[in-house]
Design a protein around this ligand. Structure first.
Ligand code: GSH
Length: 281
């Protein structure tokens, strides 16, 4: 095991293991905790990895405790890795407004260019490079990677796949923020992290990136039509319009009566795991 990795907890789960680790991230300049679910197949061979990016206010724990993904992941032989959602620590700047939609727990999976954020808020670099390098050097996994996430993490997953052709074999999202350029959550976060000049924001915007995608991984998106953030923040129609204009293979499923919660995610996680497993084999 890498010298810098400290085990936080270990639980047997569906014949595999759920483990939490702490390490010092050089990218983020702080200590970070992540969770990994290792399926039983990882005891005898190497398995592919699905990265899950969580939403606002989450840590590595929300998905692992609430999504109910371990049973099928154990059958399919997929490792799941959940990073935290922002850099952490008293020395890491937080939201000046002390609200929950920016700062700690809300790193938006971009690489900040503005002070005081630029030293620590580099979540894109962390989840696409430092963390996979650590995972692949430490655990019995292959370099076949999938990526998925929820809300802010759905935006993060799509952006990670679109900005890094060849790095992921599969991508999906639950209730993603389709366009941070076009919603209050995104405008606040990108305004801080990337600055007032909006010209660079489109490099971190799913709806914009889809239009110039060079690699067209099939994108599965589930969205509840009773989601309280649907109209004001998530705006999936912007994703649909961009995909149609670009000929991008998007399957967007509006799920009647479902809200933004992990009850919704747990209801459709199996479809997403199968979507990833088919590409990761
Ligand atoms: N804290 C916010 C809600 C934030 C929220 O809904 N976060 C989502 C992601 S955007 C989540 O996954 N929350 C954690 C959970 O449900 O376990 C509120 O009070 O309205």
């Amino acid at each position: 095991m890498t010298a810098d990795l400290t085990i936080v907890s270990t639980n047997r789960s569906f014949g595999g293991w759920h483990k939490r680790y702490r390490h010092t991230s050089r990218t983020l300049g702080c200590d970070m905790v992540f969770a990994v679910f290792l399926p039983p197949q990882a005891e005898t061979g190497r398995v592919p990895v699905l990265y899950w990016l969580s939403g606002l206010t989450c840590t590595d724990e929300n998905f692992m405790q609430k999504a109910g993904a371990q049973k099928l992941a154990a059958e399919l032989g997929i490792t799941i890795v959940c990073p935290d959602t922002s850099p952490r620590g008293d020395h890491v700047p937080a939201d000046p407004e002390k609200h929950w939609d920016f700062g700690h727990g809300a790193g938006f999976y971009v690489d900040a260019t503005q002070e005081p954020w630029a030293r620590h808020y580099r979540m894109h670099d962390y989840v696409t490079r430092e963390l996979p390098d650590l995972i692949e050097a430490t655990f019995p996994v292959t370099d076949r990677r999938g990526i998925s996430g929820h809300s802010m993490g759905g935006h993060g997953a799509i952006v990670c796949a679109l900005r890094n052709p060849g790095r992921y074999a599969s991508v999906s999202a639950f209730a993603p923020i389709a366009s941070p350029l076009s919603c209050p959550w995104g405008e606040k976060a990108l305004g801080h992290l990337l600055g007032a000049d909006r010209s660079g924001w489109k490099d971190w915007d799913s709806a914009a990136l889809i239009q110039s995608a060079t690699e067209k991984l099939p994108l599965l998106v589930d969205q509840g039509d009773a989601d309280s953030f649907l109209i004001t923040q998530l705006k999936p129609h912007l994703l649909t319009q961009a995909a149609e204009a670009a000929g991008y293979p998007l399957t967007l499923r509006m799920q009647p009566g479902y809200d933004h919660s992990y009850y919704f995610i747990a209801s459709f996680i199996d479809d997403h795991l199968k979507h990833h497993a088919a590409a990761l084999r």
